[in-house]
Ligand binder design. Structure first.
Ligand SMILES: Cc1ncc(COP(=O)(O)O)c(C=O)c1O
Length: 236
């Protein structure tokens, strides 16, 4: 959601067992862990520039960053049908090239990323302040080691579906990130996990609700969302 994982223990385990760490920083452009940028701590970091992301293109896009030049050369080839030189294919790849138009847009938007992330953090702080006073609403926790960029602001509530419908009637759009835990996805059925295998993830999937979160959100809008949630919770 924009907050890096506790990386030091992960990096330590990886180094002990000779594993590589690949960071999924797709929701964490500009976030930091103990001052280090998300995506810069493992062998490689992956970013999505899907339009809704903190740094979003006007279409699809993404990037892999790494200090390992050999790895980057290989990734450049993979995204370009396995060629380093036009029409000479060394292995099978696919077309994952970033459009020049998207790159141009991202380059301009990148200058504003810090400012937008700060605005998200201000919105999150204001949500925290207003929502923490409402019994039955669990607000996100920012770890001491992290500076979250709040790609999403996700609360936990019982009767989530009813609250979501109530907010929708008030003109407030919300999202579910994510309604189905990995182990219950059809795609991973072959792994053999069923309902009850990961009760924490399953409980979170039933209770989570993503509130409106974007840099341009006004204080009045945050207040309207928080007041609407209060109205619902008090009427229960
Ligand atoms: C955490 C995370 N990882 C990976 C992805 C995939 O990125 P993309 O949709 O650009 O392939 C996303 C976004 O959808 C994401 O939020």
């Amino acid at each position: 959601y924009g907050q890096p994982a506790d990386m030091d223990p992960l990096l330590e385990i990886a180094s002990r067992y000779d594993l590589v760490v690949i960071e999924d920083a797709c929701q964490a452009h500009g976030a930091t862990y103990k001052g280090r940028k998300a995506g810069s701590m493992g062998l490689a970091g992956c970013f999505s520039f899907y339009p809704g992301k903190n740094l979003g293109a006007y279409g699809e896009g993404g990037a892999v960053v790494s200090q390992d030049k050999g790895l980057i050369d290989k990734i450049k080839m993979i995204r370009d049908h396995g060629q380093a030189r036009k029409y000479y294919h060394e292995f099978e790849g696919y077309n994952g090239r970033l459009d020049a138009i998207q790159a141009g847009i991202l380059r301009i938007k990148l200058r504003r990323l810090e400012q937008w992330n700060n605005a998200r953090r201000e919105n999150a702080k204001y949500y925290d302040e207003l929502l923490s006073q409402i019994p039955g609403v669990k607000t996100p926790h920012e770890a001491d080691y992290a500076r979250s960029v709040y790609h999403l602001y996700v609360i936990l509530v019982d009767e989530r579906d009813k609250l979501q419908a109530f907010l929708s009637e008030k003109g407030i759009g919300t999202g579910l990130h994510y309604p189905v835990p990995l182990h219950l996805q059809k795609a991973y059925k072959h792994l053999g996990y069923g309902e009850g295998a990961f009760p924490v993830a399953e409980g979170a999937a039933r209770r989570l609700l993503s509130l409106p979160m974007f840099p341009e959100l006004s204080r009045e809008q945050v207040e309207y969302v928080a007041e609407s949630i209060r109205e619902f919770m008090e009427a229960r």
